[in-house]
Design a binder for this molecule. Structure first.
Ligand code: IMP
Length: 197
C-alpha cells in the first residue's frame, strides 16, 4: 500500500515514518512532482489540513494525507495558533517566530501552551481527520539543537527538556504529531490497510 504524505518537510517525514515504519510506503510531494507551495488559507488548523489534502488529491487522484499544526499559547489567547508558520514574517522563519513569541511572553508567568496537530486523510474519496495534542509550557529562552520550528522553546508536560533537547525518538513517542499519526495508524489498521507490527 502506498499513500502520499503532503509534505516536503524532512523532519515531519522522519517523525511519521518512525511511527508508520515499513508498514506503508509514504510518498512525498516531490516524488509526485508537486513542487509549488500548497495553499493554507483557512482560519483553522483542521481547515488547513483538509485544504492541503484536497489540493494533493485533486492533483494526483491518489489517497493522501496532510497535517497542519499550531502552537496555542494561553497568555496570548491561543496565538500563534493557525498562524504559527507565519507569526513573525511572511516566510517560514523559525528563528524569528521563536524570538517574537519569547518577546510577547516577556515577563509573563502563565506560560502554558499546547501543540495541536490535525491530520486530514482522503481515502477512497472519503475525508477523515485525526487530532493529536501535547500540553506543555514555553521556556524563557531557547535550549537544544534538535527538531524544528518552536521545539527549542517548548517543554512538554512531565518533562524537563525542550523538544529540541530530547533525542528524536523521545519526541516522536510523545509529540502532538505522533499522537495524531497513532490515531491515523489505528484507523488504517481497522480498515485492513495497515498490518500490525
Ligand atoms: P505546519 O503548517 O504543520 O508546517 O506547522 C506550522 C508551524 O508550526 C511550522 O512552521 C512550525 O513553526 C510549527 N510546528 C509544526 N510542527 C512542529 C513541531 O513538531 N515542533 C515545533 N514546531 C512545529
Amino acid at each position: 500500500m502506498e499513500i502520499i504524505f503532503a509534505t516536503n518537510n524532512t523532519h515531519k517525514l522522519d517523525e511519521v515514518r518512525a511511527i508508520l515504519g515499513k508498514r506503508i510506503h509514504l510518498k512525498t510531494l516531490r516524488q509526485c512532482g508537486i513542487t509549488e507551495e500548497i495553499p493554507e488559507e483557512q482560519p483553522t488548523i483542521e481547515g488547513n489540513a483538509l485544504q492541503k489534502a484536497r489540493y494533493v488529491h485533486q492533483r494526483t487522484g491518489s489517497d493522501c494525507f496532510a497535517d497542519d499544526t499550531g502552537l496555542e499559547v494561553d497568555a496570548l489567547n491561543g496565538a500563534p495558533g493557525v498562524h504559527s508558520a507565519r507569526y513573525a514574517t511572511d516566510g517560514h522563519d523559525f528563528a524569528a517566530n521563536r524570538a517574537l513569541l519569547l518577546e510577547r511572553l516577556h515577563g509573563t508567568t502563565n506560560r502554558r501552551a499546547r501543540f495541536r496537530t490535525v491530520i486530514a486523510l482522503i481515502l477512497d474519496e472519503r475525508e477523515y481527520t485525526f487530532e493529536g495534542i501535547v500540553e506543555g509550557h514555553i521556556t524563557e529562552c531557547e535550549a537544544g539543537e534538535g527538531g524544528f520550528g518552536y521545539d527549542p522553546i517548548f517543554v512538554p508536560e512531565g518533562c524537563t527538556q525542550t523538544f529540541a533537547e530530547m533525542p528524536a525518538e523521545e519526541k516522536n513517542r510523545i509529540s502532538h504529531r505522533a499522537r495524531a499519526v497513532e490515531r491515523l495508524a489505528a484507523f488504517l489498521q481497522g480498515e485492513g490497510i495497515l498490518t500490525s507490527e
